[in-house]
Ligand binder design. Structure first.
Ligand SMILES: *Cc1c(COP(=O)(O)O)cnc(C)c1O
Length: 461
């Protein structure tokens, strides 16, 4: 056997030499395989360099499920969701999940909410907007009007996937900028941008930047007036990726969903507060009539005839089955309890941070459990937030610092998402670590403050 040779293109773990001794190429498939336990050990060891998911406050995505859910996921790992004819009950459960979500979002009793589970909200948003593009084109064709210049209106507070849709599907993006004191889309911002070519207006239920909610009711009322005055019938698609499983429990009286006639489609990330592992999102249309039939493909080659509206074909069924598990396991009361705890913990964290006296909160933890902080003292250099983010990383916490979108880009924020596994105890520890990080950043800044200049020219001792 060749001796272990360590170059930067090879993996050569010494412990593995107990089982074998040869180098493993890093960027090519190795010629020979290796024992299963060694391969698994190698992969696990490499993953040690990743952050700890439980301390990842950057992400909205679920990092913990019950052991029963883990076991269920293991049992169904080998089932492809697309094989509807082979796995009819999985397909039926998929349909139920979409329907349950449509009902949770108050689809009217006489409507049939339809849609599909996707890999995440990005795919769900693409599918929702694509349906609106088709529906708009059909409306234009019926009136004998051109349909070659579609646009979609949304605020600069949207997730990047909205812009991705406009580029991938060739639709003009009309983006309403934010302002230094308003970080959501406003009815005025919409009014200035809609016209006869607007396929839809996008509203966000819990922005990625500050967790705030666009004033969806007021935007719907504006679009009703537009309809009366100009005759343009413009639907709303709500991006409820983060808020779709929070607001129905935290603020059930807020009408943001199908209770508003203008809202024709909604996406949600089940892998966020649906409390399911990644990757699953859902797009749901208020009624079957909101999904143009041309977009639903009838596929027969797997046996039977299946209808399909998705960008992907094969994919895992486990996340869909896990969402169904959570619905049965928790019920409405279980979700309400968990969301209540999450909101309490977010509130607690906010109070602890307020006590430090150095930060101002953007957003509103009563809406979505996001704590978005900016520096209270405007004369403090904004990089302080980046330094805090880096310093907190030394303790394992992952909290991003970033600027808000235009025209509020002067404001930098440090953001923590409070998820189910973020206990009161972790909130306490995080607040303490933030305080310590702040002290460290302050200390370093004093140490590195440039010396008071004297008269000697630079470089002369
Ligand atoms: C997370 C998020 C998305 C993207 O969702 P994925 O499920 O990660 O694809 C879109 N919009 C908002 C508001 C989000 O918070």
């Amino acid at each position: 056997m060749k001796p272990i040779r360590q170059t930067d293109a090879e993996l050569a773990p010494t412990y593995a030499s107990r089982d074998f001794a040869r180098s493993i190429p890093r960027d090519r498939v190795p010629h020979e395989g290796m024992p299963a336990d060694v391969a698994a050990r190698l992969v696990r060891d490499e993953l040690l360099l990743d952050g700890n998911p439980a301390l990842n406050l950057a992400s909205f995505v679920t990092t913990w499920m019950e052991p029963e859910a883990d076991r269920l996921a293991m049992e169904v790992l080998n089932k492809n969701l697309i094989d509807q004819d082979e796995y009819p009950q999985t397909d039926e459960i998929h349909r139920r999940v979409v329907s349950m979500i449509g009902r949770l979002f108050h689809a009217p009793d006489d409507a049939t909410p339809v849609g599909t589970c996707t890999v995440g909200s990005s795919e769900a948003i693409m599918l929702g907007l694509l349906a609106h593009k088709w529906a708009w084109r059909k409306r234009r064709a019926a009136q004998g009007l051109p349909a070659d210049r579609p646009n979609v209106v949304f605020g600069a507070d949207v997730h990047t996937c909205w812009e991705k849709f406009t580029r991938y599907f060739d639709v003009e993006a009309r983006v309403a900028p934010l302002s230094p004191d308003c970080h959501v889309l406003t009815p005025e911002g919409v009014a200035e941008r809609v016209d006869e070519n607007t396929i839809a207006v996008g509203c966000v239920l819990g922005t990625t930047f500050t967790g705030q909610i666009d004033p969806i009711g007021a935007i719907a009322a504006l679009l009703d007036r537009v309809r009366q005055r100009q005759g343009w019938d413009i639907p709303i698609h709500v991006d409820a990726a983060s808020g779709g499983f929070v607001v129905p429990f935290a603020d059930p009286d807020l009408a943001w969903d199908f209770r508003l006639e203008r809202v024709r489609s909604i996406n949600v990330s089940n892998h966020k507060f649906g409390l399911v592992y990644p990757g699953i999102g859902t797009v749901v249309f208020r009624d079957a009539s909101d999904l143009p039939e041309e977009l639903v493909f009838k596929i027969s080659y797997l046996g039977g005839e299946m209808s399909n509206y998705s960008l992907n074909f094969s994919r895992a069924s486990a996340p869909v089955l896990l969402q169904y598990y959570n619905f049965l396991r928790l019920g409405m009361s279980g979700y309400a309890r968990i969301v209540g705890n999450i909101m309490d913990n977010a509130q607690y964290l906010q109070e602890r941070i307020d006590a430090l006296g150095r930060f101002r909160h953007l957003g509103d933890t009563r809406a979505i459990p996001v704590v978005a902080l900016t520096l209270a003292d405007p004369s403090e250099p904004p990089e302080t937030l980046d330094l805090l983010s880096e310093t907190l990383r030394e303790r394992g916490w992952i909290v991003p610092a970033y600027p808000l979108p235009a025209n509020a880009q002067e404001i930098r924020v440090l953001r923590a998402v409070v998820r189910e596994n973020f206990s009161r105890d972790l909130a306490e520890l995080f607040a303490r670590d933030l305080e310590a990080a702040l002290a460290k950043v302050d200390r370093l800044r004093t140490v590195h403050r440039p010396p008071v200049s004297d008269d000697r020219p630079h470089g002369v001792c």
